[in-house]
Design a protein around this ligand. Sequence first.
Ligand code: AKB
Length: 310
Amino acid sequence: MKKILVTGAFGQIGSELVTKLSGLYGSSNVIATDIKEKNQLDGPFEIIDVTDKQRLHDVAKKYEVDTIMHLAALLSATAEKDPMKAWNINMGGLVNALEVARELDLQFFTPSSIGSFGPSTPKDNTPQDTLQRPTTMYGVNKVAGELLCDYYHERFGLDTRGVRFPGLISYETLPGGGTTDYAVEIYYEAVKNKAYTSFIGEGTKMDMMYMPDALNAIVDLMEAEPSELEHRNAFNITAFSAAPEDFAASIQKFIPEFELSYDVDPNRQAIAESWPNQIDPTVAENEWGFKTNYDLDKMTKDMLEKVKDK
Ligand code: AKB
């Protein structure tokens, strides 16, 4: 991994991943791309609509990249509002990016999600290889994507890799349209108003992770020796499992007056309830040394400081 093209570079993961990769490999070696320009970057930027395969191919070729990190996608709640748009962007974009990687022989990363699981998946300690019958368009896209990436590896020998991300918490760029977004909003509201009304119900546990751990996971997996990898795509990874009241209890350690209330959104609640409570990351730990540095309280401390600074 020396010259990397990132799609969806201004999204929640992309905006921090580009900075991380620029620090590791040099900003001229990270080609940030997105559907429109937003911030001024140190390194190169190109506009790419991932449904336009020729454009993706031309940019990858122009910069002679050796890796594509394909992040452009609609998140779960947005995908559910417009399933056909999600299909076109999530599946169409992924197939285009995989095809460009095949044509130019590039290493490939794309994230899957805890959203690839469904109500019939074992809810606790969810194994790496288990029943996946998601009931959302996002989940259908993610399972299909996992299989497609495996297929490109088996059939064409492409070096495809990926993880199943839990809800990601970060302060740089807000997520948009996800079911786990409440876990980011709660910190902003805690700092602004010392109160938050959660759209996810009490007792609804989901896997979560702080962004620095997520970025390390991407780099560690991409740098892992191929011979160490028995699985390739869709490694279960998580830092901790938490419900809204767990975030509130953690925030109250730093802001004792903080208050949590609920106004549950039935659509996002239904999605959350179809996902596991806590997945098992043992296979990622064993195959490429996955580890995390942040538990809930350590993350809360850092998030509150960073959001206050903003
Ligand atoms: C979402 O909530 O849609 C994402 C995810 C867990 O994939 N954050």
